[in-house]
Design a protein around this ligand. Structure first.
Ligand code: FAD
Length: 88
């Protein structure tokens, strides 16, 4: 039996997080591919909210999205790490 395709998304920002969520639903949930998201940080915070962090009106500990928790609910794997280079 052919090995399941593996998809790696680097960066869980606005784009990467949305992509991982969609592919998790479309492919990961059905077992058609293994979806992996790697990010240098453990949590995601929507950048337009940064002014609230700067002004002290937001508690990032409460508002930031945990990649680990989100990944288990949305059928993808999260890896904490940084892409350093790419072998072409
Ligand atoms: C203050 C502020 C306000 C904004 N307001 C708006 C707004 O009102 N409306 C709007 O549409 N847009 C707004 N934007 C722009 C919007 O936030 C960006 O367009 C959007 O975040 C870009 O998404 P992205 O996925 O490309 O990158 P990002 O959201 O920046 O995500 C990049 C991710 O990649 C990770 N990463 C980076 N390098 C590596 C690496 N080498 N290895 C592993 N992980 C890595 C980072 O940790 C990060 O999680 C705002 C931006 C800022 C800074």
């Amino acid at each position: 039996m052919a090995e399941k395709p593996k998809i790696l998304i680097v960066g869980g920002g606005a784009a990467g997080l949305e992509l991982a969520t969609r592919l998790g639903k479309l492919l990961g949930k059905k077992g058609l591919a293994q979806i992996n998201l790697i990010d240098a940080k453990r949590t995601h915070l929507w950048k337009p909210l940064l002014h609230e962090v700067a002004s002290g009106s937001m508690d990032t500990g409460r508002e930031a999205l945990s990649y680990r928790a989100h990944s288990t609910e949305h059928n993808y794997y999260f890896h904490l790490g940084t892409l350093a280079s790419l072998n072409a």
